[in-house]
Design a protein around this ligand. Structure first.
Ligand code: IVH
Length: 704
C-alpha cells in the first residue's frame, strides 16, 4: 500500500510568543528552523514528497522571519530567509539563471493589499489616492520554469532551483503540448517564465496508477507536476500531460511593451497560453473584487490556485520599484483565506513548553482541510478555552489560515452532547506533577517544577551553567541535551557527579562521539572549579521566576546565607506568618516576587534540587557590603571599557561595597568611572560637574 504523507505535530506546538523567547531559546529555535526548513525544502523541491502542508511550511518560515526581525544579531549564515527553494538535485545539468528567479511577498488580508498599494504610491512619491493600475491573475499552484528562445527557437528549459541555479529540463518541458517550439517575430533572446502545472483529472489518474504500482502517492497537484517534470526519461513526463501558463520573463534582448498587460497580450501573440482570468484592474478595489470572484470560483477550476498575484502594470514603475531580498516590490501574492471544516474534539490535552508554559491542545477527529489532515489544534491558554467554551466531545469549526497553524474558530452549540462538562485547566503539571501556577495579570499558567520537569530541563540546566550563574565552560546546549537524553544529568547536582561517574556512564564518556580525552578533562576541570559558589549566583542559577541577576544579589544581600533564606521560606509557607510580611517588606521585593519565591521553595521537587546541590557544592555566605567603604550609599556609573575587570565584576564589587550602580549619568550620580573609549557619559559628567576617576583609581577604591 502506498502511504499518504501526514502532517507532523512539530509545527503545531511552537506556541511561545516571539517576545517571550530567551536568547538561548532563539539560538536553538533558529537552528532547528533552519534544519527543518531545509529538510522540507529538500522533500518538496527535490523529492516532490512533502510531509507538511504549504500553510504549515509558510508558518515555519514566518516564525523564522518573526524571530529574525526581533533578534537580527542572531540571524544564521544558513538562514532559510537567505535562500529561495532548494539547490538543484543531482541527475540534471545545472543552469545558472541569467536573471535570478525570485519569489513573491505574501498578503493574507485585504488590508495588507491596500497597504501594499500605499507603499507603492509612497515609494514612487505619487499623490495620495492616485490609482495604481495592476494586472491581477491567479497564483497557480505549480512550479515555475524558464523557457529560453534564441532567434525564435526553443533552446532551453529550466526549473527555478534555488533561484540562482536551476535544473536543465529542456527535453521534459518540450513535452508540454501547449508550449511553442518556434516563435515568429521574437527578439533574438527571449526567456519566458511561467508555471508548469497539472490540470484536469490527470492528478487523480496519476495517483491511482501510483497506488496500483505500490509507489508513493503525490500529496497534491503541485508535487505531482514537479515530480513529473523532473523525470529522467522525458517519455514519462510526456505521459503525464503537463500544462503551462506564461506570466513573466527573464532575459530579453528587446522590449516592445510598456505595461504588464501589453506584455501578456504579446505572450498570447507569440503563442503562449496565459491565464484567461487575468485582468487589468485600474484600482485596488477592482483587484480585490477580482480576488473575491476568483476565490469563489476556485473549486470549479481545472487546476489548483492558492491566491491572486497583483503586478503593478506600468513597467517604468516596476523598474523604479525594484526588489527587496529577491522579491519584487511591484508584485504581491494575495493568498486565499482559511478554509473551514467541522470536526469533533476527542480530548483536550495539555502540552508543556520549554519555559514551563502550559498550553491546552485539542485533539480532534482527523479532518481534511484543503489537502492536509489536521488532528491537533493549539488553544493557547485557559482563557481562550473558557471564552470559546470548548468541551471534550464538542463539534467545532476549525480553519487553516494561510499564515498560521490550524485554529479553532468556534463551537457548534446545537451539536453539544448533553452532560458535556466545562473543561478545566489542571493545577499540576501533566509532565512532572509539580504545581502549575498562574500569576495575576498573566494568561499563561506555568509549571513550577523547573529543573525537574523534563519539558523544561534542558533549558533550565543551560541557565544553571550560564555565565552569570555557575559559569561552567564546556557545557553548552548540545552537551546538556546529550547528557539529558542519555539520563546522565537529570538535575543540577548530577553535573557535579559527572567527573566521578564518567567511566561508568553507558557508553563511557570518552567513547562518545565528540568527546576526546582533552575535552573531557577540560570539562571536569571547569566543573571542579565551581564547587564553591556565591549565594547570589546560586540563587540566580535556580531559574526562579522573577529572580534575575540583580534580584538574586538583592536577596543574597538581605538574607546573607542560604540557611537564613530557606528558614524564612519555610516559615512563609504559613499564610499568616510574619515571615511573609517580612519578605514583602524587603526593599524592592514586591508581592509578586515574594509569591514566586514561596512557590518555588515550597515545591518538594525544588527542595530536593536544592538539597542535592548542597551535598555537592558549597554555597558561600554573602559578604555583606562594608558599609564604611568610601563609596557606600553612593551612585556610580561605569562607562567605556574596563581593562582589568569585566563590567559585571565591577558592578558586583561596587554593590558589595554598598554603592548603587546606574546605567546613565544624572544629577544623582556621585561618581563616574571612565574606561578607554568613554563617550557621551563622560561629557554628561563634565557638564554636570560630577567627579570622574579612571580604572586605576577605581581599583584602589575597590580594594583590588
Ligand atoms: S510572478 C519574482 N505570477 O509563485 C517572482 N508567480 O511565490 C515573480 N506563481 O515562483 C513571479 N502563479 O512559481 C507570478 N501568476 C503568477 C504566478 C506565480 C504562480 C508562483 C511562481 C513563483 C511563486 C512565488
Amino acid at each position: 500500500m502506498a502511504k499518504t504523507p501526514k502532517a507532523s505535530l512539530g509545527a503545531d506546538v511552537r506556541t511561545i510568543a516571539v517576545e517571550a523567547l530567551t536568547e538561548a531559546q532563539v539560538k536553538r529555535e533558529l537552528g532547528a528552523l533552519a534544519r527543518e526548513i531545509l529538510e522540507h525544502d529538500r522533500r518538496y523541491y527535490l523529492e516532490d514528497a512533502p510531509i507538511i502542508s504549504d500553510e504549515q511550511y509558510d508558518a515555519l518560515r514566518q516564525r523564522n522571519e518573526a524571530i529574525e526581525a526581533r533578534f537580527s544579531a542572531l540571524v544564521r549564515a544558513d538562514s532559510p530567509s537567505r535562500r529561495v527553494g532548494a539547490p538543484p538535485g543531482t541527475g540534471f545539468q545545472k543552469v545558472v539563471h541569467r536573471h535570478p528567479m525570485g519569489s513573491l511577498q505574501n498578503a493574507f488580508s485585504e488590508e495588507e493589499v491596500r497597504d501594499f498599494i500605499d507603499r507603492v504610491r509612497r515609494f514612487l512619491a505619487l499623490p495620495e489616492g492616485e490609482p495604481v493600475a495592476v494586472v491581477a491573475e491567479p497564483k497557480i499552484d505549480g512550479l515555475s520554469a524558464a523557457l529560453r528562445y534564441e532567434n525564435g527557437r526553443y533552446v532551453q528549459g529550466a526549473t527555478r532551483g534555488d533561484g540562482i541555479t536551476g535544473e536543465d529540463v529542456t527535453a521534459n518541458i518540450a513535452t508540454i503540448s501547449a508550449m511553442p517550439k518556434v516563435i515568429k517575430n521574437a527578439p533574438a533572446v527571449l526567456e519566458v517564465r511561467g508555471e508548469v502545472y497539472m490540470g484536469g483529472d490527470e492528478f487523480t489518474k496519476l495517483n491511482a496508477a501510483q497506488e496500483k504500482a505500490g509507489k508513493q502517492l503525490y500529496a497534491n497537484r503541485r508535487n505531482a507536476a514537479a515530480g513529473s517534470l523532473r523525470q529522467i526519461d522525458p517519455a514519462v513526463t510526456a505521459e503525464r500531460q503537463l500544462r503551462f501558463f506564461a506570466y513573466g520573463h527573464g532575459e530579453v534582448s528587446e522590449e516592445t511593451w510598456t505595461t504588464q498587460w501589453e506584455f501578456l497580450e504579446q505572450l498570447k501573440r507569440w503563442g503562449f497560453p496565459t491565464n484567461p482570468l487575468a485582468k487589468h484592474c485600474k484600482t485596488v478595489e477592482e483587484a480585490l473584487a477580482l480576488h473575491r470572484d476568483i476565490g469563489q470560483g476556485r473549486k470549479g477550476l481545472a487546476y489548483d490556485i492558492d491566491g491572486v498575484v497583483y503586478k503593478v502594470d506600468r513597467i517604468d514603475w516596476q523598474r523604479r520599484l525594484g526588489s527587496v531580498s529577491r522579491a519584487p516590490r511591484w508584485a504581491l501574492a494575495h493568498k486565499f483565506a482559511a478554509e473551514q471544516a467541522e470536526t469533533v474534539v476527542r480530548k483536550i490535552v495539555v502540552y508543556v513548553g520549554r519555559t514551563g508554559a502550559l498550553t491546552p491542545l485539542a485533539q480532534v477527529e482527523p479532518v481534511h482541510v484543503g489537502g492536509v489532515t489536521i488532528s491537533n489544534i493549539g488553544l493557547h491558554n485557559e482563557d481562550i478555552v473558557a471564552e470559546k467554551d470548548v468541551r471534550e466531545g464538542d463539534t467545532v469549526i476549525i480553519q487553516r489560515a494561510g499564515d498560521v497553524i490550524p485554529q479553532l474558530v468556534r463551537v457548534v452549540p446545537e451539536k453539544r452532547k448533553r452532560g458535556a462538562r466545562k473543561w478545566k485547566m489542571p493545577e499540576v503539571c501533566p509532565i512532572c506533577g509539580s504545581a502549575a501556577v498562574r500569576e495575576e495579570g498573566e494568561a499563561v499558567r506555568r509549571c513550577t517544577g523547573g529543573l525537574i520537569c523534563s519539558a523544561q530541563a534542558v533549558e533550565r540546566l543551560l541557565h544553571f551553567c550560564s555565565r552569570l550563574a555557575f559559569d561552567i565552560h564546556g557545557l553548552g546546549e548540545i552537551q546538556i541535551a546529550q547528557f539529558w537524553e542519555n539520563g546522565d544529568i537529570k538535575e543540577p547536582a548530577d553535573i557535579f557527579t559527572l567527573p566521578r561517574l564518567a567511566s561508568r556512564l553507558k557508553p563511557p564518556l570518552a567513547e562518545r562521539p565528540g568527546w576526546g580525552e582533552t575535552k573531557m578533562r577540560n570539562l571536569f576541570r571547569a566543573i571542579e572549579a565551581r564547587r564553591t559558589v556565591s549565594l547570589d549566583r546560586f540563587l540566580y542559577s535556580l531559574g526562579i521566576r522573577h529572580v534575575g541577576e540583580s534580584t538574586a544579589r538583592l536577596l543574597a544581600m538581605h538574607f546573607g546565607s542560604l540557611d537564613n533564606l530557606l528558614a524564612t521560606m519555610a516559615a512563609a509557607r504559613d499564610e499568616d506568618s510574619d515571615a511573609r510580611a517580612a519578605l514583602d517588606s524587603i526593599d524592592q521585593v514586591g508581592p509578586v516576587l515574594a509569591q514566586a519565591l514561596i512557590d518555588f521553595f515550597n515545591e518538594p521537587h525544588n527542595q530536593k534540587v536544592v538539597r542535592d546541590l548542597r551535598e555537592v557544592v558549597t554555597v558561600e555566605d554573602f559578604a555583606r557590603p562594608a558599609m564604611d567603604s568610601a563609596i557606600a550609599g553612593k551612585t556610580i556609573v561605569f562607562t567605556g571599557t574596563l581593562e582589568r575587570m569585566t563590567r559585571e565584576e565591577a558592578k558586583a564589587r561596587a554593590q558589595q561595597l554598598g554603592a548603587k550602580v546606574a546605567g546613565s549619568v544624572s544629577k544623582k550620580t556621585d561618581l563616574v568611572v571612565l574606561g578607554p573609549g568613554a563617550g557621551s557619559k563622560a561629557k554628561d559628567a563634565e557638564r554636570l560637574g560630577i567627579k570622574t576617576i579612571d580604572e586605576d583609581e577605581w581599583l584602589k577604591l575597590a580594594g583590588k
